[in-house]
Design a protein around this ligand. Structure first.
Ligand code: ATP
Ligand code: MN
Ligand code: MN
Length: 301
């Protein structure tokens, strides 16, 4: 008779208690960054990561053999992650339901890391009602060759225009090339309305400043411009979660910043996997108090 062992209780000291195998496995060949270092990052930031990432359907970028080998984007799971990684049934376009993943505890987060996850991406809705967006995100994607000054200026343009229609926003550097300008929403409007709003705003900005912005999907039209990726605002689309490590060179981390910090920061890849203590201290600081929190709904536009 095979008796399944009970899940171990959380370790003392706030640790998740999830056992990480192969801690010495190198996941980033260029810097020798290991699975153990990645796990230590997530163990440390779980508490500041879960308020935003928790209870959203998530997609994982898993790279079990490291970032230089095959990585895959995973949205569903039938149970191989165990109980700590939870499931929410979401209807696909044809009506049948698929089990999407979400986490709401450090154990859930760390189980994903144990399974080779490097990046965490989340829907713009919570599991309580996946049809209603709880955030808008303008994913500002600079064309190759544009410097960060262009991205910064674009971010402030979006801050100002959203402010002028009554939406407070919060910026996040992605750890990659760009910035996300995020407007939290009280979940009320459903995806078609939210997507339409984001599209119309992106087109309006691109039309009023075509030298610097485009909302056009073909890459040739992005030359020398910031592509306003409004498609993060449709049902099922995800955006990278705050404090997620990226599977890019040097293990940069997506990080919330303040608008004040946006004035001086000079790269979207400012923080890296070893910076958890600094990220936690920042998260508790006055500059980031209330980041991502605002009681506001999608305006009529
Ligand atoms: P950067 O600042 O370098 O643009 P980013 O995270 O914004 O970093 P994008 O390529 O703009 O990267 O992608 C935006 C979001 O779209 C990602 O964070 C991710 O959630 C989602 N995404 C990107 N590629 C895929 C993919 N292949 N499958 C599913 N979702 C994706
Ligand atoms: Mn982007
Ligand atoms: Mn994008």
């Amino acid at each position: 008779v095979v008796v399944e062992a009970e899940a171990p209780p959380p370790a003392a000291g706030g640790g998740s208690g999830v056992k990480i195998s192969n801690r010495d496995r190198v996941l980033y060949p260029e810097g020798g960054i290991t699975k153990g270092q990645l796990a230590d990052h997530y163990e440390a930031v779980a508490e500041i990561m879960l308020p935003w990432c928790g209870s959203r359907p998530i997609s994982l970028v898993r790279c079990p053999q490291g970032r230089a080998k095959k990585c895959f984007f995973q949205k569903h799971d039938a149970g191989s992650f165990g109980d700590a990684v939870r499931h929410v049934g979401i209807a696909e376009k044809d009506g049948h339901e698929e089990p999407y993943l979400y986490v709401d505890t450090p154990q859930g987060l760390m189980t994903c890391v144990q399974m080779g996850t490097i990046e965490f991406h989340g829907w713009g809705a919570r599991i309580e009602d996946v049809e209603k967006a709880d955030r808008l995100v303008f994913d500002l994607d600079p064309d190759v060759g544009l410097d960060f000054e262009a991205v910064r200026s674009a971010a402030f343009t979006f801050r100002d225009i959203l402010k002028s229609i009554g939406l407070e926003t919060f910026p996040m550097v992605t750890g990659g090339k760009g910035v996300h300008v995020i407007a939290p929403l009280t979940p009320r409007a459903e995806w078609p309305e939210v997507k339409d709003f984001a599209l119309r705003l992106a087109l309006a900005v691109a039309q009023s400043d075509p030298a610097n912005f485009t909302a056009a999907l073909p890459k040739v039209q992005r030359k020398g411009r910031i592509f306003v990726d409004y498609l993060r605002n449709q049902r099922g689309a995800t955006a990278v979660m705050p404090y997620s490590v990226r599977s890019r060179e040097g293990a940069p981390v997506a990080a919330p910043i303040s608008w004040k910090e946006m004035e001086t920061i000079d790269t979207p890849a400012h923080w890296h996997v070893g910076d958890a203590p600094a990220l936690i201290e920042r998260a508790m600081s006055k500059a980031l108090a209330g980041w991502g929190l605002a009681s506001q709904a999608l305006p009529d536009l």
